[in-house]
Design a binder for this molecule. Structure first.
Ligand code: NIG
Ligand code: FE
Length: 425
């Protein structure tokens, strides 16, 4: 009999989200690969078997067996869109918006993103790491085990590099995916967005690419994405094309913030240029969602942004799923438009305002989110060979995770087979 490190046994519901390394579309979004009285066998941080407790307890000898009767076991959640590394806050802006100022007007007046840029530029890499770690521990407590971390608050080669190096150096047990968001907004010292983008293409992008190459991430198979905010007052569709073209030449996968406030027609172009994901999509018309649905590009929707900005026109998640597109959900954690670190809260909101079923929301925050980060081969489901990143819920029905909005049901989180957080710590 094979001896293994750990068996998580007798889970009332073991939600595997089994996907065979493929993202989920349409009716597959309702499939959770649920095993009752399920068990997960873990060795060397990886899953070596998944099945019925009765079958697996007889087949393996474990150093440790944890009885999870009365509990739900889920794959670790994947937050595929966050702006975690930053300094400063935006409480003044929050009050300005409550008094009627818009997000884009505040940015135009030199606030918003540019406020966070000033705070982030003056913070040291150590300070950025300290703040990022604090946010990551909160995310972990809510069940997130893999997260994307964007730069985009430096907006100079030096400050963007500092932000990314802070991410590279975090050395966290969570799986962290860096994204270079050099084209987030035009910094004040440049006369035009085109001038700034020319500088990004000539200087920042090659520099951060070199930093990534020199890190140990390529060896570990962790990608670094590039991202751009296409919007009135930030960057244009033409800017995106030039930026994506250079990223493609450097072999870097691509994402974009699109159609948040104004429909710019960029979704079909990003799809055509092979973007891994297009994010936001609040005002994307059904015709563009149909083009997205027929592609391999993931549509990432971020409903807490609408909630925080008081804009109740949510992205049409139902349309994308019903058209067989690949939908992911994420927090978009950032200090301005979504100071939210909890994926269960995002799922709870998406079910209520975007009419997703709990199963669809869960696949959107696991399998499809992992696909949006290019790491579905290692995380996003509980299947043999994957990292044993596991969330244990204090409930016997997975749906309570989204029905009990705002209450944390997370009892334990394992990263690579090791207990990393527990409600009883
Ligand atoms: O995804 N829309 C652009 N970027 C972020 C917000 C960044 C900020 O306001 O600091 C977003 O919403
Ligand atoms: Fe964002």
């Amino acid at each position: 009999m094979q001896t293994v490190d750990l068996i998580l046994a007798h889970a009332t519901q073991l939600v595997t989200c089994a996907c065979h390394n493929q993202p989920k579309r349409g009716a597959q979004m309702r499939e959770l690969g649920l095993i009752s009285d399920g068990a997960l066998v873990v060795h060397d941080g990886r899953i070596v078997a998944v099945g019925k407790t009765g079958d697996l307890l007889g087949a393996y000898h474990a150093e440790q067996v944890v009885d999870l009767s009365g509990r739900v076991v889920l794959p670790g959640l994947v937050d595929c869109h966050t702006h975690v590394p930053h300094a400063g806050h935006r409480y003044d802006e929050f009050e300005l918006r409550l008094q009627g100022k818009s997000y884009l007007d505040i940015l135009k007046a030199g606030g918003g993103i540019l406020n966070t840029v000033r705070a982030t530029r003056s913070a040291s890499a150590t300070e950025l790491m300290k703040q990022a770690r604090k946010r990551l521990s909160t995310m972990l407590r809510w069940g997130t085990t893999t997260a994307e971390l964007k730069s985009g608050y430096g907006l100079s080669t030096e400050a963007e590099s500092k932000q990314l190096q802070a991410v590279f150096a975090l050395d966290h047990a969570m799986t962290l995916i860096p994204t270079f968001l050099g084209a987030h907004a035009k910094p004040e010292e440049f006369a035009s967005a085109s001038d700034y983008l020319a500088y990004v293409l000539a200087d920042s992008l090659p520099s951060v690419h070199a930093l990534y190459q020199a890190s140990d991430l390529p060896q570990q198979g962790i990608p670094m994405f590039v991202d751009i905010f296409v919007e009135e007052g930030t960057f244009t569709l033409e800017h995106m094309v030039a930026y994506f073209e250079q990223a493609r030449q450097l072999g870097l996968p691509r994402k974009a913030h699109l159609d948040q406030f104004h429909h710019g027609g960029a979704v079909p172009v990003a799809v055509e240029m092979g973007a891994t994901s297009v994010d936001h999509l609040e005002v994307t018309p059904p015709s563009d969602l149909d083009i997205l649905a027929r592609s391999e590009t993931v549509g990432v929707m971020l409903p807490t942004v609408n909630l925080h900005l008081g804009n109740l026109h949510f992205a049409n998640a139902r349309h994308l799923v019903d058209a067989d597109g690949i939908l992911a959900l994420a927090t978009d954690y950032n200090p301005g438009s979504s100071p939210v670190l909890s994926l269960p809260f995002v799922m709870a909101l998406a079910c209520r305002v975007q009419r997703l079923l709990p199963s669809e929301a869960l696949n959107a925050c696991t399998v499809n989110a992992a696909h949006a980060l290019g790491v579905l081969d290692r995380v996003g489901s509980l299947e043999v060979g994957k990292q044993a990143d596991v969330v244990v819920l204090q409930t016997d029905d997975y749906r309570s995770l989204v029905v009990e909005m705002g209450n944390s049901l997370v009892e334990q989180v394992y990263l690579k087979g090791k207990p990393q957080w527990s409600a009883s710590f």
